[in-house]
Design a protein around this ligand. Sequence first.
Ligand code: HEC
Ligand code: HEC
Ligand code: HEC
Ligand code: HEC
Ligand code: HEC
Ligand code: HEC
Ligand code: HEC
Ligand code: HEC
Ligand code: HEC
Length: 447
Amino acid sequence: MRPLSSLREPQLRPAAAASASSLLPILSLLLFLIFIMATLLDCQISWAIQKNTCLSCHLGSSKHELARCAQQWLKSAHALVSVCCEECHGGNPTSPKAPIIGKEGFIGSPSKKQIPGLCSRCHDDPLYMRKYDIRIDEENQYKNSVHGQQLLNNNNQDVASCVDCHDSHDIRKPDDPQSKVNHQNIAYTCARCHADRNLMKPYGLPTDQLSKYKKSYHGQIVYQQIERENPRLAPSCPGCHGIHSGKPAGVSEVAEACNNCHLNCKRYFQKSIHSLLLKKNRKPRCIDCHGYHDIPIPSEELFAGKAASHCGSCHPPESAEYQCGLRLRALIKQAKREAALTQSKINQLKQDLDIDISSLNLKMDDVTENLKQAVKATHSQDIQIVSQIITKARKIMNTIDQRIDRCYQEARQRREWLEHMLLFISASFALIAYQRSRLKNKLQDIH
Ligand code: HEC
Ligand code: HEC
Ligand code: HEC
Ligand code: HEC
Ligand code: HEC
Ligand code: HEC
Ligand code: HEC
Ligand code: HEC
Ligand code: HEC
């Protein structure tokens, strides 16, 4: 861990890491021993915190803003590992007197620009952080983000430092529902600044990201208006912008973040002329047809019409490209109609004959899966690829149709057989009745 005093000379910081690698075996042994000791000394550590004068004086302070920091710290992830006041503020935690800025390393309330260095003293130090199972690339990512560059290079006080997203004292683990960076809360944390008109005005940035995002398909999943087993799979702001608002891994620009999750669409898209010519044209990218903050549920209508993001917004109606879109739409629509028809036949079968249709429904799931695949395949703009997948779906629908026919046929045969049986039985009864009356008559004749 770097000393707190190094904050004032940020250029000197990285030296320690290189020489550390040669000492690795000894250090790991040492760390292991420290770990054992730390476990044994756990009780003493919490006792030491109680003896921490910064904490006890601030907790007892009648001034709300002085006590609040200490109260919030008690609930934080840092309290659990005894990262106490002096680790960030300096000063002597055993002195009974209030510290004085500049004495015994006390820095008071750190300036905004000091904060990233303050946190990364520990969070960027692989040796110190090794025993905790968390990422250690925060500062690097942060430095590459617009926020980091603006703060560190231009001392811009409007942008986010670590504590604007994490809080300064109430710092919690991301999976804690009360954490400001939790999957459900982070969009609101970003919006505290990004929905603030006055703050965003000088930068000419729109302030509609949160309101659009909440209405988008992704936002509706995260806020559970659309039910999904794991809403965490849908991105919130960091899912596309990167956790520390640099860029997500493996992506050269934010607009490519879609590729990290929508692998199938990407695969088909890469087969298209659109993708081949993307470098030259810069269009169309995923976001030119889908939007980004306000992504709606896409439909076949994107293939027709001139509205923004529809094929017609770039290709005139008489062009071969537009006609290709219309053919894709016709293919998908026709296949969906056929699937709906087959499903209704299955439902009718259940109503008519009241038999178990679960195996047919299982086959229908395969059809749906293929149709979904066909929709994804439209990204190739290749009629043949899409037709092939639809043909597969049709084959399954044909076998379903044949099975349905067979069911009706078997039912018909069973009914006919039953009718014959009934006829036979009633004939037999009639015969018995006839024989009986004849017998009766005969007996009467004898008497
Ligand atoms: C005897 C009580 C007492 C002790 C012990 C104490 N503080 Fe304070 N602290 C105060 C008071 C009172 C203030 C407000 C001082 C002021 O407004 O000038 C304060 C202010 C602060 C501030 C805000 C300074 C600023 O620039 O706004 C920080 C940060 C702080 N203390 C941290 C610490 C740390 C770290 C320790 C332990 C090394 C510590 N305090 C120990 C009473 C105490
Ligand atoms: C993980 C680092 C960290 C720890 C641990 C920490 N603080 Fe702070 N503290 C900060 C930062 C960063 C600020 C500046 C906040 C800002 O600019 O919004 C701050 C600000 C303050 C202030 C000024 C009032 C304010 O809200 O701006 C006081 C008082 C304070 N801390 C007291 C404490 C006390 C007491 C403890 C121990 C219980 C403590 N801090 C533990 C990082 C820390
Ligand atoms: C003295 C070293 C130290 C300093 C300084 C420090 N931290 Fe930490 N931080 C830790 C340790 C140790 C943990 C506990 C990790 C764990 O429990 O997995 C932690 C945990 C966290 C966590 C929770 C992560 C998780 O998933 O558990 C966040 C978020 C965090 N720190 C942010 C900050 C921020 C922001 C600052 C600066 C204001 C800061 N830290 C300053 C050592 C430090
Ligand atoms: C723009 C907002 C933002 C800023 C600025 C920011 N963070 Fe984070 N941080 C996040 C989000 C979001 C997460 C991850 C939440 C998740 O995993 O779902 C996170 C996660 C973390 C974690 C936990 C990592 C883990 O694996 O559990 C640490 C530690 C952390 N940040 C430290 C920092 C430090 C240090 C800085 C400053 C250099 C910083 N953050 C700046 C938003 C931010
Ligand atoms: C403390 C306020 C604050 C918070 C919190 C904050 N930002 Fe920012 N952000 C800004 C400011 C101010 C700018 C403009 C900087 C500039 O352009 O020079 C900015 C710029 C950006 C940009 C670059 C925009 C562009 O095209 O120029 C992105 C992207 C961004 N923020 C995303 C996020 C995300 C995602 C979060 C939450 C995880 C977040 N921000 C949290 C203040 C904030
Ligand atoms: C589905 C991915 C995705 C999500 C989720 C997302 N963004 Fe974006 N964001 C983008 C893309 C793509 C751009 C445009 C980048 C470009 O034009 O190169 C962008 C642009 C921005 C900009 C620049 C100004 C603008 O509006 O065009 C800001 C600021 C921003 N996003 C903040 C946010 C915030 C805050 C959230 C959460 C409420 C968020 N984003 C959620 C993908 C996303
Ligand atoms: C972190 C992963 C992730 C990222 C990044 C992401 N998405 Fe998504 N997206 C999802 C998930 C999960 C769903 C929900 C799928 C479902 O269950 O319906 C979804 C749904 C969609 C849908 C609706 C799909 C449907 O079934 O009708 C579209 C369109 C979409 N995303 C486009 C995009 C675009 C465009 C981008 C980039 C700007 C993007 N996504 C970025 C995970 C992601
Ligand atoms: C030229 C316009 C265009 C581009 C570029 C484009 N898409 Fe699409 N996308 C569409 C159309 C049209 C549909 C819907 C077809 C339908 O529902 O019949 C669609 C559907 C989707 C769906 C929903 C699929 C489903 O299962 O329902 C996702 C997810 C998606 N696109 C993601 C992406 C991603 C990721 C990229 C970038 C690699 C991308 N799209 C590029 C036009 C486009
Ligand atoms: C944002 C603009 C944009 C949108 C929207 C768009 N395209 Fe394109 N498309 C292009 C560009 C640019 C080219 C390259 C054409 C060129 O350079 O002549 C292209 C080429 C094509 C080609 C290849 C033509 C050839 O040379 O073989 C087809 C097919 C095509 N688009 C179909 C579609 C369909 C279908 C849609 C709607 C789903 C669509 N496009 C939406 C911009 C767009």
